[in-house]
Design a protein around this ligand. Structure first.
Ligand SMILES: NC(=O)c1ccc[n+]([C@@H]2O[C@H](COP(=O)([O-])OP(=O)(O)OC[C@H]3O[C@@H](n4cnc5c(N)ncnc54)[C@H](OP(=O)(O)O)[C@@H]3O)[C@@H](O)[C@H]2O)c1
Length: 251
């Protein structure tokens, strides 16, 4: 039996994080680097991606800029990333929209970045054997996939798709010891939650949410700690599953 001194160690692991220029992806990259990993971080905004890079402990980290809704950018990312031990898919957009107002263009926009990007990137990593044996794939789902919230039917569908995909992908990758799982956070205090726009939550609504979550709202660090669990040998027997992280709101 393999002896593992620290089952949560990320030492000698190369981890690809998309959406690393902000919010959850940024913190996951920072926490993975602090735990000993070498990071390949992706984003569109050069300044904010550089800001994440500047916060990574250790050396040898790589940045990749690009809009991951294009096949060319996905292919380039896979090539530049090289061989990796894990990928965390944090790209995504969350725009509430009542169903009666959600047209094809809006639905395609959300599915494109929230579903097609993580799935196509994962598929290419697997097809090109870039994920090392015993590696890990981690999708960023949401509690939107498992509980009804007004105005989120399209977003919720994108997040449910990832949960279903992880279950099936886990079977395809198990023979190489590669695990595929999802995190499903409820509200986490990131720029996404504090974005602008007609449909974005107000401060008053956020205060109400803080009050009704038994453990309050999440922090990016909470999600990053769970990501390290799923990327590390500590979770070597867990695949195809989804961890609900919700401060107790769905129970
Ligand atoms: N925050 C929450 O409460 C919460 C809860 C549950 C699930 N989630 C999910 O967690 C993920 C991250 O959320 P977050 O709160 O960290 O959001 P965020 O702060 O808005 O960050 C989103 C990231 O996705 C990147 N991105 C967006 N569109 C892209 C594109 N076309 N190509 C490449 N990168 C793109 C952004 O890059 P640039 O900034 O460089 O453009 C940014 O790095 C999302 O999938 C979200 O649905 C969030």
């Amino acid at each position: 039996m393999t002896q593992i001194n620290n089952p949560f160690s990320m030492a000698n692991k190369r981890i690809l994080v998309t959406g690393a220029s902000s919010g959850l992806g940024r913190q996951i990259a920072i926490s993975c680097a602090a735990a000993g990993a070498t990071l390949i971080i992706c984003g569109r905004n050069p300044e904010r991606l550089q800001e994440t890079l500047s916060q990574l402990a250790g050396s040898g980290h790589v940045t990749i800029l690009g809009d991951l809704t294009t096949d060319d950018a996905i292919t380039a990312t896979v090539e530049q990333a090289g061989n990796i031990d894990g990928v965390v898919h944090c790209t995504g957009i969350s725009i509430p929209m009542p169903a009666r107002m959600a047209k094809r263009e809006f639905i395609e926009r959300l599915y494109n970045i929230n579903v097609f990007t993580p799935q196509l990137l994962t598929n290419q990593l697997l097809a090109k054997n870039k994920l090392n044996k015993d590696g890990a794939v981690l999708f960023m789902s949401s509690t939107a996939a498992v509980r009804g919230v007004h105005g989120t039917s399209i977003y919720a569908g994108t997040k449910a798709a990832l949960i279903a995909a992880a279950r099936c992908l886990a079977l395809e990758t198990a023979k190489r010891g590669i695990r595929v799982n999802c995190l499903a956070p409820d509200l986490v205090e990131t720029p996404m939650l504090h974005g602008s726009g007609a449909n974005m939550p107000t401060g008053e609504w956020l205060d109400q949410q803080r009050a009704i979550h038994p453990l309050g709202l999440g922090t990016p660090e909470d999600v990053a700690n769970a990501a390290i669990f799923f990327l590390s040998p500590a979770s070597r027997w867990i695949t195809g599953t989804t961890l609900i992280m919700d401060g107790g709101i769905t129970h």
